[in-house]
Design a binder for this molecule. Structure first.
Ligand SMILES: [Zn+2]
Length: 209
């Protein structure tokens, strides 16, 4: 199987024209060896802050350069594989997480469109649709396990059905909710929800619902 990277997927999924230069070496973003790379200072701006995620290297390869020059890599949410770019918004984000594209694939969810939280994930392309790594701007890398996600989703839907807010699902219940739970007999549901909090996958699923 050919080794692929996040930037190769990102460019190929959109059939982008790859912008080539002439710097040789290994890429500081994805570690790929290239003879058609770019100087690093031509690739990132002066206010670039994600240096700690980068590898040793001499250049930015042509694929990482082309990806990083596209603001949509940061601003938008997407699911990508070698032939398909799926734009993600709030109407399809949960469905895509449960049904990702055919491997190899990668999924990124932007929340404010400011941070490139996949900067350390160039070599974390996924080959399983059931257990995989995706990134979300608010949390960074999150590990998806479909069995756990299904259990979480049932609890979240049950909570929303009882009129709990998303803040209650992730932080603390209102007094009124406890009163309702006693009256309508769903204290056990609150206990189960409580035990899932402070978990990235839980928080992302609450967001995605
Ligand atoms: Zn690269």
């Amino acid at each position: 199987m050919d080794i692929t990277t996040l930037s190769i997927l990102f460019c190929n999924s959109q059939k982008k024209e790859i912008q080539k230069s002439n710097i040789s070496g290994s890429c500081i973003f994805c570690s790929r060896e290239t003879a058609e790379g770019w100087k690093v200072d031509k690739t990132v701006s002066n206010n670039f802050t994600a240096w700690s995620n980068l590898s040793d290297g001499q250049c930015a390869c042509e694929y990482c350069y082309t990806m990083l020059k596209d603001p949509n890599c940061r601003r938008r949410s997407w699911a990508i594989n070698p032939t398909e770019y799926i734009a993600i918004d709030k109407t399809n984000r949960k469905q895509i997480l449960f049904n990702p594209p055919e491997p190899p694939f990668f999924i990124h969810l932007a929340t404010s469109g400011q941070k490139q939280t996949w900067m350390g994930s160039f070599n974390k392309i996924n080959y399983s649709k059931n257990k995989y790594i995706f990134t979300i701007e608010s949390h960074g890398e999150v590990f998806w396990d479909i069995a756990i996600a299904k259990d979480y989703d049932k609890l979240i839907l049950a909570g929303l059905e009882k009129k709990l807010t998303k803040t209650e699902l992730t932080q603390v219940f209102k007094l009124k909710t406890y009163e309702n739970a006693i009256k309508d007999n769903f204290l056990d549901l609150l206990k189960q929800i409580e035990s899932c909090r402070r978990n990235r996958l839980w928080e992302v699923l609450v967001y995605a619902n």
